[in-house]
Design a protein around this ligand. Sequence first.
Ligand code: ADP
Ligand code: MG
Ligand code: MG
Length: 250
Amino acid sequence: MPLLKIDDLHLSIEGNEILQGLSLEVPAGEVHAIMGPNGSGKSTLSYAVAGRPGYAPLSGEVTLNGESLLGLTPEERAAKGIFLSFQNPVAIPGVATMNFLRTALNAQRAARGEEEMSAAEFLKVFREKAALVGLSPDKLKRPFNDGFSGGEKKRMEMLQMALFAPRFAIMDETDSGLDIDALKMVGDVVNTLRGPDRGFLVITHYQRLLDHVKPDVIHVLSQGRIVKTGGPELAAQLEAEGYDQFTEAA
Ligand code: ADP
Ligand code: MG
Ligand code: MG
């Protein structure tokens, strides 16, 4: 049984069919990349899997370990192990990033019936992961994303992913706006988490992230469906030839 299975997903927004029968499977232990032109439905797919309000599919199925996710709230899906980093979370004035994340992590553990992580235990893990993503402790005393640069927000996303250690992580254009050092950091985080029980869907428009996060499989998404699936070599081909070939064929 694949860890994540998406079967014939159809999703419309304002009467436009954005996902048009999208199917894909990610077995446990694998990293799959989704590449595709702007507007092809990549973010819509990630929202549909994570359960963002307004992105409920018309038909089709999404399962994690054989269990349907559709109909669950975003929080319930997160508790089951789905991670989609929040792009613009509401910063809570006065609450330091570290405490914000500890509260979020413990809420998720409670939803799974797991014990809370103690302050001391959390601090240890937090320091280790903050170092991994290259965020200095003084930044993390500030409220969540308060005054963070674009690059620091991306590091923050990776800090969340490293801390939550999700069963299945979706990274939606985590690479946009990142310099080479930050791309390497993203690769380090994914490679640290990578393991037989986890899966990743790495959404990207460009090949360069895939030099650091080596995918097992690459899917091309065009006009709301997967139009090609191949090995890592597909990335270089897409970089050289572009997406037009798929747009025209679709
Ligand atoms: P990608 O991430 O591949 O660039 P998106 O999933 O963001 O593509 O968008 C796919 C299509 O769905 C686009 O045509 C976009 O305009 C449309 N779309 C996505 N979300 C909304 C929304 N909330 N309201 C209106 N149109 C939307
Ligand atoms: Mg169909
Ligand atoms: Mg997008």
